[in-house]
Ligand binder design. Sequence first.
Ligand code: TXE
Length: 502
Amino acid sequence: MEIERNFAIFADPCVIRVNHTINYMQKIQNYINGQHQDSVSAAFLDNFHPACGQVYSLIPDSESQDVEDAYQAAKSAFPAWKNTLPENRFKILNKIAELIDESNDELAKAESKDQGKPVHLAKNEIIRAAQNFRFFATASMQFASESHDMPGTAINYTLRQPIGVVGCISPWNLPLYLFTWKIAPALAAGNCVVAKPSEITPMTAYMLSEICVKAGLPPGVLNIVFGLGPKVGQAIVEHSGIKAISFTGGTSTGKAIASIAAPMFKKLSLELGGKNPNIIFADCDFEKALKTTVNTSFMNQGEICLCGSRIFVERSIYEKFKNALVEEVKKLKTGNPESPDSKIGAIVSEMHYKKVLSYIQLAKEEGGNILCGGEALHPEGFESGWYIAPTIIENLSYDCRTNTEEIFGPVVSIMPFDSEEEVLKMANVTEYGLACSIWTSKLDRAHRMAAEIESGIVWINCWLLRDLRTPFGGMKQSGVGREGGWEAMKFFTEPKNVCIRY
Ligand code: TXE
């Protein structure tokens, strides 16, 4: 299938879903051993356009046999890819980055259509997907290992060899960005990959497979199997030949994966949910804290694991901050994802839309007072889309369900606090520990808070500022292991110590 032909379909207006018959819909195919092919069952699943709430393409409903085929292709490709000179690996991975950049428009439109997010936001994510490939392309040339001298006795050196065939399973919130965040380091380290994007947002992964063909990635080095988590994802996790799993998704899925992978002694990297605090002290830069809190709360409809869904504000500025935040949030435009003015897109799926609405209902039952939003929206031209108004809730106890369970939508709560000790207790109450954002102009306070907060990532006076070299991941139920930089290269390699006696 021609890449240009695929891309043309993404440009179709929202109404295509009404007139097109099932045969006219684009069918995504698995990418195995460098070839595009249907699943062995030849069955397909519906793929939805969230802004319109309708089916617009079909994806393979793959089986464990498809995973087996992908594994065999990866296994055959491994010896040559493992021994490919780092410079040649760099050239191919860097070419993929260039082709992603060249296709930014088409990929962003496809991502928006598949996921529900505004196109302008998707464009930034596609840039970051290219950066992932570029970053790890260079890592493949610069990765090095240690040696440990025992003076007069021996020298140890550590080989860091690729593991073999690894599995990468990614979610639906930042589809291409998170898919490439796993695949790029796995390939850069010399592994071959069996990958599965979310069945809810498969399109840009499919387009990536076309890009890989164009970039000259050898057949079998990357294989993409589309389909359901409990079928395809589980078959990847259960496969005895797939030695490591890198997963991003829900905490309960992470638990299920760990229960299968741990007894098989697989390497596991799990990036799971979050319920991140946003802590605002009275001594902060008010305007910067306010502006960023709007993004922290509602960027990508709140469907980012790093979003801050609990806003703690020091009591002396609580009313002022709350009122200003509500005023700003009421200005956020919701609707046509193609419009540069749209700040809030559609919720990714009907099931998730219902889940988010059920949490708003729960918040009311828990005594929450809805300051804005709190309802589904039906923007003009997108009446049947899955839209929810950005919602701010107050008057909830810090340890109620709304404040401790991951909602993963445009819903935040706001609470006052009186002291560092109190806010630490409230912030640390959840089972999650992924990220936090702290706003203060006092350096000593920033250090104290950073040391005591239970989260893998701490932003002081900023949010979502990412250096790809830094460790990325969570503590407690937000995950196991770290991604990013050398952490990812180390995860995707097996250290082997060689001791030579003098
Ligand atoms: O994710 P799943 P869901 C959170 C968020 C959301 C909840 C559930 O709170 O409401 O998780 O979302 C694959 N074996 N996050 O259900 O199911 C699945 O096909 C192997 C946080 O959509 O965890 C997809 O590719 N794989 C988050 C991937 O796992 C399985 C991002 C993630 O889907 C599988 C998304 C199985 N048994 C949701 N079952 C974050 N941390 O960024 C499913 N999958």
